[in-house]
Write a protein that binds this ligand. Structure first.
Ligand SMILES: Cc1cc2nc3c(=O)[nH]c(=O)nc-3n(C[C@H](O)[C@H](O)[C@H](O)COP(=O)(O)O)c2cc1C
Length: 348
């Protein structure tokens, strides 16, 4: 089990800025479970965010880690993509993209930090930790959550003995949590995936993907999820660190009752769901398998686009239910989404 919380709402870890300590603490204080996103952070910044979260709340919270890739992309495909991006880099005023070094997101150092100073929950995405890591965290009192997108991956994850699985449906915003970066993510919605995963494990399941309304949260709890993990809807909460152009694009899309999204490798080399814009239209079909190389290749371009509020060249991560995004506090959202879910669960 993960720590018992009065409200079955988890704020999804959202790397790249949105999951601030303020957001995490607000969700946990409201009775849900907030999640820090340690992906892309240095171990020192992760530790600083943990400290800050503890200063804001005594309630439990989680930390999410990216498991390093175990597959090697095709070097020529990376070189080709760097060349394809060059004209845009010039237009945006950044240096021509180059293929950098592999990086493991400082995973070993972050794990060490979480071993020496344990937190209530640690979740993993982009792969599975070793059995020893799962056991070591559990011995320290940390609940371990593994993220999966298929029943097959759920079997592999369950075999490691975690406390729960986060089951991410195709509706989800941001990166798909396929265990292998070369895997083409399936198109199973979270409700169907939840049923398929339930066939292979009795572990507590956390449902994620496209949860944009309290009724949907209640439906998934009614279908057997212990809690729901909500990402996109939190992006427009006041405490989120979402970049202003991203936030604005979500509000614009919501005002138009939604905008198309696409699952694309164009920004990072791993499939991720984003609002369709000029960047996805131009590069989706050309992007190879290649995380984290593409992430680093496009990073200066995205930074330049962010500086000029150019939403056409930013990674506007969004799930399929982004039209429900509104400005509110994270506590309001947590309580609003939990209302009907509590009755679906028979109350608490
Ligand atoms: C902006 C953004 C960043 C994300 N970053 C992470 C991350 O760092 N780690 C992770 O496990 N999941 C990440 N996700 C996926 C979420 O955990 C979750 O599966 C997804 O947000 C659920 O779908 P929804 O966005 O439709 O609510 C991210 C999602 C978004 C929208």
């Amino acid at each position: 089990m993960i720590p018992h919380r009065p409200l079955p709402i988890i704020s999804a870890p959202m790397a790249g800025g949105p999951s601030t300590p303020q957001l995490v603490a607000a969700v946990s204080e409201a009775g849900g479970l907030g999640f820090l996103a340690a992906g892309y952070l240095s171990p020192e910044t992760m530790q600083a965010q943990i400290t800050q979260t503890r200063q804001l709340t005594a309630a439990p919270f989680g930390v999410n880690l990216f498991v390093p890739e175990t597959e090697w992309p095709e070097p020529q495909a990376l070189e080709d993509y760097a060349r394809v991006l060059a004209p845009l880099a010039e237009r945006l005023g950044t240096a021509p993209p180059t293929v950098g070094e592999f990086d493991d997101d400082a995973y070993p150092a972050k794990l060490e930090a979480l071993f020496s100073d344990p937190v209530p929950v640690v979740s993993f995405t982009f792969g599975l930790p070793s059995r020893e890591t799962v056991q070591e965290l559990q011995q320290l009192g940390t609940a371990v959550v593994l993220t999966v997108t298929s029943a097959e991956d759920a079997s592999a994850a369950a075999a490691l003995g975690p406390n729960a699985l986060a089951v991410q449906g195709a509706e989800a915003g941001g990166h798909r949590a396929t265990l292998r970066m070369s895997a083409e993510p399936n198109t199973l919605g979270v409700l169907e995936l939840l049923a398929q995963v339930r066939e292979v494990t009795e572990l507590p399941l956390i449902a994620a993907g496209g949860i944009g309304a309290p009724a949907r949260a209640a439906e998934l709890i009614g279908a057997g999820a212990q809690a729901v993990q909500v990402g996109t809807a939190f992006l427009t909460t006041r405490e989120a660190g979402t970049k202003p152009p991203h936030r604005r694009a979500l509000h614009t899309a919501a005002a138009q009752d939604g905008a198309p999204t696409v699952v694309t490798r164009a920004f990072s080399g791993r499939p991720a769901r984003a609002l369709v814009n000029s960047f996805t239209e131009e590069f989706d079909a050309l992007a190879p398998v290649g995380y984290p190389y593409l992430h680093h290749m496009t990073s200066p371009l995205r930074a330049a686009a962010a500086r000029t509020e150019d939403t056409e060249h930013l990674n506007l991560w969004a799930g399929t239910s982004h039209a429900s995004c509104r400005e509110e506090s994270a506590a309001e959202l947590t309580r609003r989404f939990a209302g009907p879910a509590l009755s679906a669960d028979g109350g608490d």
